[in-house]
Design a protein around this ligand. Structure first.
Ligand code: XBP
Ligand code: MG
Length: 244
């Protein structure tokens, strides 16, 4: 690895496991999520359309069902007619549309992601997925990019509703750590959002941020390192600067 000025003054640490976030980190998926939400609203005759500015604000709420609920609460008159089961039905339709779009192969991994996964496997690092998106969406994206046997490369996958509280709560990371049976400091989280940074940090896991389209200007104070994409790091995940 070519040392950066920061790295030269820091302790270099190899991690036993890499914990990847999905949306924004592995691939720029959010425009397809937005499209699927809007198609679901149209299908059910609902007069809503999320544009990019509104969606950028709504993304502060992790999880599709939670995001719809939050949006409804922000509407004048708060349409209480939409129950939790109706939100779940809307979200099922959205998930099915999103997965179908992803399965066409239109959404490739971001630059450097494939190499990072290959390098990690070569160096016998363990891999995990820690995401708030639905499990079906993870299967679709990973399958489209790595092939149907992708799960053989990932020891642990924590997705969607498998934990009671989504990011920024630390539950998803804590569950992954339990399943990996590793201490938090032996792992590195790779995230693109402040919610992800908070979730991993609260679980004690150091975080590398790769900036994504919707979270360019977030405050990433507390991250081990912030990059524009994973190609900037070359041998990155194997030896990152860690000061504590
Ligand atoms: C990002 C999210 C997800 C997706 C929508 O998750 O917040 O909620 O936007 O997915 P992450 P669902 O960055 O942790 O991968 O509609 O399936 O919830
Ligand atoms: Mg993300």
């Amino acid at each position: 690895m070519r040392p950066t000025p920061r790295a030269r003054n820091s302790t270099m640490k190899r991690f036993d496991a890499l914990l990847f976030d999905v949306d924004g980190t592995l691939a720029e998926t959010e425009e397809l999520h937005r499209r699927a939400f809007n198609e679901a609203f149209a299908y059910f005759g609902l007069p809503w359309n999320w544009d990019t500015a509104l969606y950028g604000r709504l993304l502060r709420v992790a999880g599709g069902k939670e995001r719809i609920r939050h949006f409804l609460r922000s509407l004048p008159g708060r349409p209480s007619i939409v129950s939790d089961s109706e939100i779940a039905e809307l979200h099922r339709f959205k998930t099915s549309r999103y997965s179908s779009l992803i399965e066409t192969g239109v959404c490739r991994f971001r630059p450097g992601v494939g190499d990072a996964i290959r390098q990690a496997l070569d160096h016998k690092q363990r891999l995990s997925i820690v995401t708030t998106t639905s499990r079906a969406n993870v299967d679709a994206l990973m399958g489209a990019n790595l092939g149907r046997s992708w799960e053989r490369c990932f020891d642990v996958v924590v997705a969607g509703d498998e934990v009671p509280r989504k990011k920024p709560a630390p539950e998803a990371y804590l569950r992954a750590l339990r399943q990996l049976d590793l201490p938090a400091r032996a792992c590195l989280a790779i995230e693109d959002s402040r919610n992800g940074l908070i979730a991993a940090s609260e679980a004690g896991v150091p975080v590398l941020i790769t900036r994504s389209l919707y979270f360019q200007d977030e405050d990433f104070e507390g991250a081990v390192q912030v990059v524009n994409n994973l190609t900037e790091l070359e041998d990155f995940a194997l030896a990152l600067p860690v000061t504590s």
